[in-house]
Design a protein around this ligand. Structure first.
Ligand code: ZN
Length: 196
């Protein structure tokens, strides 16, 4: 009796997946979802403030399910930008309202010749839950330093925008949180040798 029940329960999910799988995979990401608003603070971002606002605008222009806005009061932001002297790095999201993401905009990448708006847009991509794709083309934001310093594109491509919209489609966190995971980006075309 117990054995036959086990066989039945194993069969049911398999049957369901064959009948509903196609329909659910094609559902539009932005049809009915409420827009998630994420607020950011640039109080410690110094000379990066203009690049940050432009990067946020570029993301807002292509996203449907999440919107980036400056925080109305310091300390209330869901994530913060700060200027540092090292390499850029960011909390790996997707960050949701009430979160505490941190983007460090490192001067070392600027010294290497990389575009400040592209850097800000890339690190913001991590806040939105995107991973690095250094081997990707300049048309991607998450290719980062990969295409070299001549690449100043700061607009996400359609696939990147679609992935972020999927990350926020449910309006709340749909995947398990990745606590305190930080992505550090070495914006350099040089190959580290380990010696000097
Ligand atoms: Zn990165």
């Amino acid at each position: 009796m117990i054995k036959s029940m086990a066989v039945l329960t194993a069969l049911v999910p398999a049957l369901l997946s064959t009948t509903v799988g196609v329909a659910s995979a094609q559902s539009a990401p932005h049809a009915t979802a409420a827009v998630v608003t994420l607020t950011y603070d640039t109080g410690d971002a110094g000379q990066w403030a203009g690049a940050i606002d432009q990067a946020a605008q570029n993301w807002n222009d292509v996203l449907h399910n999440v919107r980036l806005e400056p925080a109305s009061t310091p300390g209330s932001a869901d994530y913060v930008y700060e200027a540092t002297s090292g390499w850029p790095q960011s909390t790996l999201g997707p960050i949701f309202p009430g979160g505490n993401g941190d983007v460090q905009l490192g001067q070392q990448a600027v010294d290497e010749g990389y575009d400040t708006i592209r850097i800000a847009a890339h690190e913001t991509g991590h806040i939105l839950g995107l991973l690095d794709d250094y081997s990707g083309p300049c048309s991607e934001i998450m290719s980062g330093h990969g295409p070299g310093t001549s690449c100043t594109n700061a607009t996400p491509d359609a696939a990147e925008a679609a992935q972020v919209d999927r990350n926020y489609a449910a309006g709340t966190r749909a995947v398990l949180p990745r606590h305190h995971q930080v992505v550090i980006d070495i914006w350099s075309g040089r190959v580290p040798t380990g010696s000097r």
